[in-house]
Design a protein around this ligand. Structure first.
Ligand code: NAP
Length: 351
């Protein structure tokens, strides 16, 4: 007998939507039954509506599902993952939450709302405690939980183990892959053999999202981390995998070896609960002088592990390091699936 929970994907035809489809195939807890996209795709079978861009074949189980408009209907499952275009995500996600569904979103629209968790399952699971406030304030029986921007997550995974040493200041620069811009994204004439030192809105997102994620849950609100974060964001001709290089100033100085130990030992609720999408090690620390590299390391832990390398002293701040995150897996669809698993296991969503 089928014991899995039905789930849906909003924005199922896009770059992140396709990762959801791929990652949900054979998921032990979730069964994908419902797909939504724009009115350009609605009414078509998934295989007709979608230009499949990922390696391997489109999973057979979804090929003939009919894509719907992104409106809740009688068949919408209790959990929907959202990968809709940010220009429409606000109203769409609210409509689903209002209709009693749990929206696990990748879009930026609700990330900074005070009553919405910006969840990285290993780092701030306690921020889920704001959900009753969200439901009360908005009169919802469902809710919205977001995951961060794809480059923010690489940074916060590197910083989370350092909270115990008191983070004072962070300066970070990114080298972000083209798949982070969706499809067709950055024109090839703009990015081949080139680096573009601007990604609209990205630096502000990295700064404020990092402070919220690393903040504390206090009474009924999330108090952002006080430390200043300054980001430089760049688009580079890599396909998948965002690289972040960061310098940090800390209150106490654990030394390079102490820092590496804290990073290598870092884990959280997903590992305790042995959630299906939890990587054994959320952070892997490499001593190789020329790693992490996008092509070699982005798929560590099936794309759910962040690889940190080049941990060393900084002559301006205290320490610096490089972190690599797979932007459409740990930075988007995989992170959202892990968040949904945590919501279920922690009892926020009934099975
Ligand atoms: P994308 O490839 O451009 O896909 C956008 C999706 O939104 C498509 O399924 C599209 O459907 C749908 N859509 C567009 N207009 C719509 C409308 N009016 N109503 C309903 N659906 C509509 O973008 P993406 O890269 O997958 O990103 C999706 C979201 O995730 C964005 O909010 C993005 O910021 C966020 N995100 C992306 C990444 C990344 O690495 N790419 C990482 C983290 C977060 P049609 O095919 O029918 O047009």
């Amino acid at each position: 007998m089928e014991k899995r929970i039905d789930v849906g994907v909003l924005g199922a035809t896009g770059m992140v939507g396709q990762q959801f489809i791929r990652l949900l195939e054979n998921h032990p807890w979730f069964r994908l039954t419902w797909l939504g996209a724009s009115d350009r795709s609605a009414g078509k079978r998934y295989k007709e509506a979608t230009n499949w861009r990922l390696d391997g074949e489109m999973p057979a189980g979804v090929a003939d599902l009919v894509v719907r408009e992104c409106k809740p209907d009688a068949e919408t499952p209790p959990i929907v993952f959202s990968a809709t275009d940010a220009s429409v995500a606000t109203e769409i996600e609210q409509a689903f939450a209002n209709a009693g569904h749990w929206v696990i979103s990748n879009s930026r629209n609700h990330r900074m709302d005070l009553d919405v968790p910006l969840l990285v399952a290993e780092i701030n699971a306690e921020h889920l405690r704001v959900l009753p406030t969200q439901q009360r304030l908005r009169g919802w029986t469902g809710g919205i939980v977001t995951n961060p921007n794809c480059s923010t997550i690489g940074l916060v995974m590197g910083l989370a183990p350092l909270r115990q040493f008191g983070i004072r200041k962070v300066v970070v620069a990114t080298m972000q892959a083209v798949s982070g811009a969706g499809y067709p994204g950055v024109p090839s004439m703009d990015i081949l053999g080139n680096v573009v030192p601007y990604i609209g809105g990205e630096e502000e997102k990295m700064q404020t999202e990092t402070q919220k994620i690393l903040g504390n849950f206090d009474a009924d609100r999330i108090a952002p981390m006080a430390a200043n974060v300054s980001a430089h964001c760049n688009r580079v001709p890599a396909i998948d995998g965002h690289t972040v290089v960061a310098s940090v100033e800390l209150e106490t100085k654990p030394g390079v070896e102490g820092l590496k130990k804290a990073m290598a030992e870092f884990s959280g609720r997903p590992q305790e609960l042995k959630l299906p999408f939890a990587p054994k090690q959320p952070l892997v620390v490499t001593d190789a002088p020329d790693r992490p590299q996008t092509r070699r390391d982005a798929l560590a832990g099936n794309g759910m592990t962040v690889t940190v390398g080049r941990v060393r002293e900084c002559t301006v701040f205290d320490y610096k390091f490089t972190a690599l995150v797979h932007n459409t897996i740990r930075g988007a669809a995989g992170a959202a699936i892990l968040n949904a698993e945590l919501l279920l296991e922690e009892g926020y969503v009934q099975r």
